[in-house]
Design a protein around this ligand. Structure first.
Ligand SMILES: Cc1ncc(COP(=O)(O)O)c(C=O)c1O
Length: 461
């Protein structure tokens, strides 16, 4: 393919982007699994060329959801604004790299700036906070627990395996991270509101004492959107000398909402928190932010992520890379790789920087508020229709239950598939041993009225 042909190819792709940016409102919902194996696999052996490849590429969205569309209310959706999708495409086209502070310096600084802004909103101290962007909440949570384990080992001069504590509803990524890091995860019961039972936590913390490396506070559980009492959990973590990590992959987004920010009171005590811009902060996949309260501790003392000081990493040491005076505030690490498990990567955090720069924190906050308002509307609507609601929504998740629908199959047959047929993407979960329907909204302009038909299905069942 000549350069001219490549450019023409891109122009046609971009023309398609423009259409998607203008009407990102509805996503196709898969009513069945469509195998496209033969087309995709054969294309790699036949050199179909420009037109066929373009056609195959442009056919892909028809058989895949856009989780940022209005009719997508399953799992945790995505809320990418057109502006954010455009900036993300720009980052790919300019081929920006954020591994080091030399080649990617402007991008890297914009990322540090927006991480600092989120740290400020959480109430972290200005002279020590810093953060970085990784692929997703799973990796960000892993990094937080890795830092916690390292701190525990140093303090206890031990290479042993401490434990991690958190509510039973803690996201699976933290349970897997604890397992990979050889730290048993100790699940703590939750109350009827889906938040960690602090009395039980206290009792269990007393039992494990100095063996606790980290206590997790959930700022928005995936199942119920419930927020642990971060004040009380943080206080206890401090008393135990444990790392306090807040998983706000989904709910951390309310940091930008002036109206709802106080729901996360206590996050200011955390050693680290995670928030995923690719969930409820209006950025496309993939993007997760981890912010540390005391970044110098992570990059200068614990030094678990930094690759530059490894003996076979001489190629990373050149130019002004290790001259702190060239890198702005003294507490910032020279490179993002000092704060997380990563090296070469795209500066995905620049998308969030651009959104806040263009729309302001309050502008984004109002979008967050509208999803909360939409779920509250649906809660009121469901109550009026006598639909059983296991717990009142705290953020933008609503659980629906039905006395006759107890199993996944019951819900698939009576609710999920009919919803798919009506053009909505929804999913289910489990609450107190029973399968429940679950709606999660993060779309910036979603209205509760748009989804009343989904509640009607349960009411009529
Ligand atoms: C609360 C919470 N934490 C962590 C994760 C994992 O994030 P990711 O899918 O970006 O790896 C999720 C995903 O839904 C989540 O809801």
């Amino acid at each position: 393919m000549s350069l001219e042909q490549e450019l023409q190819f891109c122009k046609e792709l971009f023309a398609h982007f423009e259409g998607s940016l203008q009407s990102p409102r509805a996503t196709p919902v898969p009513t069945q699994f469509v195998s496209m194996w033969d087309e995709f696999r054969n294309a790699l052996d036949t050199e179909g060329g420009f037109q066929e490849t373009l056609a195959l590429l442009l056919s892909m969205p028809a058989n895949a959801c856009d989780p940022g569309a209005l009719n997508y209310a399953g799992y945790v959706p995505n809320s990418a604004l057109p502006l954010a999708r455009g900036v993300d495409a720009y980052l790919s086209v300019v081929n920006a790299v954020a591994a080091g502070c030399i080649d990617g310096q402007s991008f890297v600084q914009a990322e540090f700036a927006v991480a600092d802004k989120l740290g400020e909103l959480a109430g972290f101290p200005a002279d020590s906070r810093a953060g970085t962007f990784v692929q997703g909440g799973t990796l960000a949570n892993f990094c937080a627990l890795a830092a916690a384990r390292e701190r525990w080992r140093r303090r206890h001069r031990s290479s042993g395996s401490p434990v991690v504590m958190g509510a039973r509803l803690t996201h699976s990524s933290l349970k897997v991270a604890a397992r990979l890091l050889d730290m048993p995860f100790i699940p703590v019961d939750v109350t009827a509101a889906g938040v960690i039972d602090v009395a039980v936590l206290r009792e269990m913390a007393g039992r494990y004492g100095s063996r606790i490396a980290a206590i997790i506070g959930n700022a928005g559980t995936t199942t119920a959107g419930s927020i642990d009492p971060l004040d009380a959990v943080g206080e206890l973590a401090t008393r135990c000398g444990a790392w306090f990590h807040v998983d706000g992959a989904y709910g951390g987004a309310v940091l930008v909402s002036a109206r709802h920010r106080q729901l996360l009171a206590g996050i200011s005590q955390a050693d680290s928190f995670v928030v995923d811009p690719h969930k409820w902060l209006f950025c496309p996949y993939d993007s997760s932010l981890i912010v540390y309260r005391n970044a110098p501790e992570v990059h200068k003392e614990l030094r678990i992520f930094s690759q530059a000081h490894e003996s076979d990493a001489e190629y990373l040491k050149f130019g002004f890379r290790h001259m702190a005076e060239n890198h702005g505030p003294e507490h910032l690490p020279s490179d993002h790789e000092d704060l997380a498990l990563q090296l070469s990567r795209r500066p995905r955090g620049v998308v969030l920087w651009a959104l806040i720069a263009a729309l302001g924190v309050d502008g984004l906050g109002k979008y967050v508020d509208s999803a909360i308002e939409a779920i509250r509307h649906l809660y009121r609507y469901a109550t009026e229709k006598n639909v059983r609601i296991p717990l009142a929504p705290q953020l933008s998740v609503l659980l629906l239950s039905h006395e006759k629908w107890q199993t996944n199959r019951d819900w698939d047959v009576n609710w999920v598939r009919p919803a798919f047929d009506m053009g909505y993407f929804v999913s289910t979960d489990n609450w107190a041993g029973e399968t429940v329907g679950r709606l999660c909204l993060v779309h910036p302009t979603i209205m509760g009225e748009d989804l009343e038909a989904l509640v009607d299905l349960v009411a009529a069942g």
